[in-house]
Ligand binder design. Structure first.
Ligand SMILES: CC(C)(COP(=O)(O)OP(=O)(O)OC[C@H]1O[C@@H](n2cnc3c(N)ncnc32)[C@H](O)[C@@H]1OP(=O)(O)O)[C@@H](O)C(=O)NCCC(=O)NCCS
Length: 150
């Protein structure tokens, strides 16, 4: 069978092949993928936390969620526009929630939501930002490999 044929034998476009290859993600879990305390070393000149530090945690949360969905090695191929809506400060506890929204042949799209529990008032939870991260499963040669679900 050629690469561009559905098992039924129908010839398909590249986009149609992607739709056939989409798998169903596992349902969300209630707890965050990661939780982390913001430290003085992570501050910018304004005394709030560097955006790049939070981007790094978003990347980690997406990776943890990707592993929960299917245990492979992953690299990040893209992160869509990230808008910081609230500042994060030293002592805040960040909770990053991840949920896979699409699993393709070799790539997985993960939505990450970032919430901050305030050091000054731990009952106050701020919605800091959210991001859409695409991770690609790779094999031993670092080339994309098919994602295999449990
Ligand atoms: C990620 C990487 C392995 C993809 O290699 P590639 O040859 O472009 O792979 P393909 O074109 O076969 O695409 C693989 C998958 O990624 C997806 N993809 C590729 N580029 C993408 C992009 N810009 N945005 C979203 N998805 C993308 C494809 O749709 C495909 O998904 P699918 O199989 O589920 O349909 C390669 O680009 C790479 O190694 N990049 C560096 C990754 C890295 O080191 N990240 C850490 C930060 S430096």
């Amino acid at each position: 069978m050629t690469k561009n044929r559905h098992p039924s034998g129908i010839k398909m476009s590249k986009d149609a092949i992607k739709i056939v290859a989409t798998k169903t993600p596992k349902p969300p879990r209630n707890e965050p993928a990661i939780r982390v305390v913001m430290m003085p070393r992570d501050t910018n000149g304004e005394g709030s936390i560097f955006g790049g530090v939070i981007l790094s945690y978003i990347d980690q949360a997406a990776y943890v969620e990707a592993l929960r969905q299917a245990p492979h090695r992953y690299v990040t191929v893209s992160m869509k526009e990230v808008v910081f809506k609230e500042p994060v400060r030293v002592g805040d506890v960040l909770s990053l929630y991840g949920q896979a929204t699409r699993i393709g042949r070799t790539s997985m799209t993960i939505s990450v939501k970032v919430m901050a529990g305030r050091f000054s008032n731990p009952t106050e939870i701020a919605r800091v930002t959210e991001a859409e991260v695409v991770m690609v499963a790779i094999g031993d040669n670092c080339e994309p490999r098919e994602i295999e679900m449990d």
